[in-house]
Design a protein around this ligand. Structure first.
Ligand code: HEC
Ligand code: HEC
Ligand code: HEC
Ligand code: HEC
Ligand code: HEC
Ligand code: HEC
Ligand code: HEC
Ligand code: HEC
Ligand code: HEC
Ligand code: HEC
Length: 324
């Protein structure tokens, strides 16, 4: 490669890095908060610039906050602009600083406290910087619509988890606060390795909302499953129609008492759809029970799967009946 070529590569590399940084570093990319609208007492208040003065009364909070990722990020991002890092979430605090130390009611009314905010206003404060990336579909998501807030899952005033500033050390506990039934299912005999810690709810879901059903990470159930179970994607010569359509027709992703997380036991599962009057259903409707050897064979063991073992589809030239 000649010098010119190297130069061009370097220039484009630097360009890419700058773009990348702009994308991954959430500055004030979203809508700025109108503090006065959230708390009318803040009318006329201005930024005090630094948090040194807060330490007299809030040293515990400051000490805890200093260990969080935000504190680190803010030091490099905002302190040089002069804003106090506390003020990005608690509003401009000149009035709060000037209020009499004895008047704690006045102190409390001249600051944005999260204790008495609507979840919408709480979220607004975070969305100033976090509206992009995985939070793109937050607005209108089932969580947003049902009043769930960023701070139900995240805790920003002290470091409680190693990643993602969760409100609890264990990310699953974050979800089980509200989705108790999923906790029970996780402890059923057939499950994906969640309780072993190899997966989490967010392996399949984007709790901030997504384009697909049930806030899944991909736009469909199957698309989500294929990210790990690629072999089920195909292409297959002989397809089994319901598999292409929706894995959840037969599987309960959260856990089941039936093998392979099936929603029902085989053959009942199969008979939900295959109730034609010939081969399959006649096996179980009583009339032919105890008939020929091959028929009773069909009643034993895993039933249908003994013969139709390629239940997700087949690539064998003569696999049309999913038997090989
Ligand atoms: C002279 C003491 C004093 C100083 C200095 C002070 N505060 Fe406060 N702050 C208070 C008092 C008193 C309250 C009300 C406490 C209460 O009732 O919980 C309060 C409340 C708050 C709250 C709301 C807490 C809650 O319960 O939700 C925040 C946030 C806050 N202060 C941040 C700051 C920041 C940031 C600074 C520096 C810019 C600062 N304070 C400076 C005394 C002080
Ligand atoms: C990223 C946003 C954010 C920043 C930055 C921030 N806070 Fe907070 N603060 C919160 C939230 C959210 C709560 C409510 C926590 C809860 O109880 O869920 C809170 C609560 C508080 C409280 C009430 C007591 C408590 O711990 O719950 C105090 C006091 C406080 N903050 C002071 C500060 C000070 C001082 C700074 C600057 C060093 C600061 N905050 C920076 C978001 C922030
Ligand atoms: C229902 C729980 C829940 C709510 C509500 C929630 N989050 Fe999260 N958040 C998570 C989980 C779980 C992860 C980790 C995702 C992963 O494993 O990839 C996360 C990750 C993040 C991350 C870091 C990684 C990324 O995806 O960018 C940021 C930033 C974040 N959340 C901000 C927010 C903000 C801002 C809000 C409110 C608008 C919010 N979260 C609401 C659960 C939640
Ligand atoms: C002033 C801008 C700003 C505000 C406001 C803000 N954040 Fe952040 N947040 C950042 C920056 C910068 C980072 C660190 C950069 C990064 O790695 O994403 C970050 C990182 C995070 C992370 C990711 C932690 C990780 O381990 O990856 C979470 C979660 C998060 N913020 C949640 C919140 C929540 C909840 C609020 C509201 C209470 C909030 N943020 C308010 C700027 C902000
Ligand atoms: C503060 C309570 C709360 C927490 C915490 C919470 N959720 Fe939810 N979640 C809800 C509510 C309320 C709904 C909407 C009603 C419903 O479907 O039950 C919901 C709905 C959902 C849905 C269905 C979405 C749809 O479009 O039908 C999924 C998926 C979900 N939550 C996943 C999670 C995951 C994953 C976590 C943990 C990261 C989590 N939730 C944490 C309250 C919560
Ligand atoms: C292997 C992928 C996968 C994992 C891991 C997963 N889910 Fe789901 N979840 C799904 C699929 C697919 C659906 C939608 C269709 C269905 O119900 O089967 C769904 C639906 C949901 C719903 C809405 C419908 C309902 O059943 O209430 C909630 C709430 C939910 N999941 C919560 C969770 C929680 C909490 C966790 C973590 C304990 C979790 N999920 C882990 C795949 C998953
Ligand atoms: C993040 C990766 C991941 C995703 C996404 C995922 N799985 Fe899995 N799944 C696994 C792992 C890992 C196992 C355990 C494999 C093993 O033990 O060999 C597993 C096992 C299974 C099993 C067998 C369970 C048993 O008890 O034998 C079924 C069925 C299954 N997954 C269905 C699904 C469905 C349906 C989806 C989509 C809703 C899905 N998976 C999405 C990783 C994933
Ligand atoms: C028509 C019902 C049905 C549908 C739909 C279905 N499966 Fe299955 N699946 C089964 C049955 C039955 C078994 C048990 C097979 C056995 O025991 O031999 C199984 C087993 C599995 C297993 C564990 C054994 C293996 O083959 O690795 C995984 C993983 C799995 N399915 C993933 C999926 C995925 C991903 C989808 C969607 C693309 C899906 N399944 C759709 C019926 C179905
Ligand atoms: C949700 C409905 C549904 C369920 C559940 C279901 N199937 Fe199917 N199955 C279909 C459909 C639809 C076809 C395609 C029929 C066609 O093309 O005429 C099919 C095709 C088949 C075929 C190939 C037949 C042919 O004519 O090509 C076999 C074999 C089969 N299924 C066996 C099973 C077994 C075994 C189970 C249980 C593990 C099962 N199916 C569960 C809907 C279902
Ligand atoms: C002993 C092996 C065996 C068992 C057990 C068995 N099948 Fe079959 N099945 C076959 C064979 C072989 C064919 C192909 C017949 C043909 O081509 O005429 C077939 C054909 C089918 C077809 C294609 C449509 C039809 O009627 O020809 C369906 C659907 C089907 N089986 C479903 C099932 C279901 C559901 C079960 C369990 C209730 C089951 N089978 C159990 C061997 C078996």
């Amino acid at each position: 490669m000649n010098i010119n070529g190297v130069g061009r590569v370097l220039v484009s590399l630097i360009g890419c890095m700058a773009l990348h940084l702009a994308w991954v570093t959430p500055g004030f990319s979203g809508q700025k908060v109108n503090w006065e609208a959230i708390n009318p007492e803040l009318k006329g208040a201005v930024s005090v610039g630094k948090s040194d003065d807060c330490a007299t009364c809030h040293s515990d909070s400051i000490e805890a906050f200093e260990k969080t990722l935000h504190a680190k990020a803010y030091r490099s991002l905002y302190n040089k602009e002069g804003g106090s890092s506390c003020e990005v979430c608690h509003g401009p605090l000149s009035k709060h600083l000037n209020a009499s130390p004895e008047d704690s009611d006045r102190k409390l009314s001249t600051v944005v406290s999260f204790k008495n905010l609507s979840s919408q206003n709480k979220n607004r404060i975070c969305l100033q910087c976090h509206e992009k990336g995985t939070k793109m579909h937050w607005r209108g998501s089932a969580h947003e619509m049902n009043g769930v807030g960023c701070s139900d899952c995240h805790y920003v005033m002290e470091k409680r988890s190693n990643k993602f500033m969760f409100a609890f050390k264990d990310s699953k506990k974050v979800c089980f606060q509200c989705h108790q039934d999923k906790r029970a299912k996780m402890y059923r005999s057939a499950h994906m390795p969640l309780r072993e810690g190899k997966m989490s709810c967010s392996s399949c879901h984007n709790p901030h909302g997504g384009l697909g059903p049930s806030m899944l990470k991909e736009s469909s159930v199957n698309g989500t499953c294929y990210t790990c179970h690629q072999e089920k994607r195909g292409p297959l010569v002989w397809e089994h129609a319901p598999v292409r359509e929706n894995c959840s027709t037969c599987h309960d992703s959260h856990g089941s008492i039936h093998a392979s997380m099936l929603k029902r036991k085989v053959p009942y599962l199969c008979q939900e759809c295959h109730s034609a009057s010939q081969h399959p259903s006649t096996l179980y409707d009583g009339r032919n029970v105890g008939g020929s050897a091959s028929q009773s064979n069909r009643l034993l063991g895993k039933g249908c799967l003994n013969c139709h073992s390629q239940i997700h589809g087949s690539n064998h030239p003569s696999g049309a009946r999913l038997t090989r």
